[in-house]
Design a protein around this ligand. Sequence first.
Ligand code: UD1
Ligand code: CA
Length: 458
Amino acid sequence: MNVVILAAGMGKRMQSALPKVLHPLAGKPLLRHVIDTARSLSPKKLCVIYGHGGAAVPSAVQAWSAEGEVAIDTALQQPQLGTGHAVIQALPHIDAQAPTLVLYGDVPLTTGASLQRLIEAAGDDKLAILTVVQDNPFGLGRIVRENGNIVRIVEEKDADEAQRAIKEINSGIMVIPTRYLDGWLNGLQNNNAQGEYYLTDIVAQAVAAGVPVVSAQPSAEWEVAGVNSKVQLAELERRHQLNIATSLLEKGVTLFDPARIDVRGELVCGRDVTIDVGCVFEGRVVLGEGVTIGAHCVLVNTEVAAGAQIKPFCHLEDAIVGDKSQIGPYARLRPGTSLGEDVHIGNFVEVKNSKIAAHSKANHLSYVGDADVGSRVNIGAGTITCNYDGANKSRTTIEDEAFIGSDTQLVAPVTVGKGATLGAGTTLTKDAPAGKLTISRPKQITVEGWKRPVKVKK
Ligand code: UD1
Ligand code: CA
């Protein structure tokens, strides 16, 4: 099979400098959704027709082509003279012996299962169209049938009143026997209301040639919904997110409100995971059994092990959280953070590129960056690892059972030995020996006979 994806249109109604098909839905460009679905069908040839938007579309496609098993060709359509004219550009890139599936780069949510049904309906020698009966068919091509058989497609702008009353619409997605395609496309005329070469006109040609024209239907209307404006993009985003939420609920995840979750990637959940409102998941996020995520958290490429609790308003990115750990509220775990079992990271604590072993705690207002922290360490409020001298980053090592007093600065590279205690307010510039109290505070003095100044009377 060949797949041709039409993506040359300009998408004027998006009111954006970014080509329409590169706008993200669930964090992934529209065109990438279509390409991923196309690839799931293992086509022999896959070709994207581009036009508007300069090099942005073909360069994105080339990068995706290198990532996957199925290589993607691109073909330029310049100027854009209609959907039929767009498919002509694909002819040198496809195999004439195999059927061709035409998809639109701005119709992101068609499922592989629906396309599979269409492909089966087409077989080797039929023209098959994905159609939907919809209450409001306005603006779309209508499927004209005689005695139940499809005889042609007529565009809204070319339709008479009786045709406009037809509710069965052309999704635009079709499977065409490629051996006829060249002839049909070269026979297209543009003497219609829009002065375009319509791909849909091949239907009447197929009928005239005695090639059977059949249809298949998607499981839901949103599968064929296209994006022409930010309004439609937002509607489809919500639809897609609701689909994801429903599938999470079906797998046993508790969502306090399925309308208030955003998954922009892959969210994998163990049993009895609970997610409060307003959370965003990006990239690949894995939540172990019994994990709870509080309201308004953002998790990016992160793994949270069983029984851990992420309290409200946390931001976690490229991080690993150990079993039964407690994070937040208001904590930030930056890339390279790896926490062991039962680690507590409290409010306004930032951790970056650091390992913190089991049962250690940093409960308040701290920065732990480029550090290796042992187990059962207590990091007091206001502790800062001074990891950056303006040019280079250095590591801090804090061994097991150390106690870091509040408001301490650890000037890296520096090591706090096992079981060491640092007095509050220490600025540690040399290693602190194991098991001892180290303190860098000036001795406290009390000034005898000192009096508070009084205001001089004028
Ligand atoms: C097309 C169909 C219509 C169908 C509707 C579904 C035709 C003539 N009409 O109408 O029957 O109901 O889609 O949404 O096919 N494109 C190009 N090059 C072009 C023109 C379009 O690549 O020269 C691409 C667009 O980027 C888009 C797709 O083809 O991805 C559809 O184009 P659009 O202009 O939206 O088609 P419609 O007129 O809406
Ligand atoms: Ca359209």
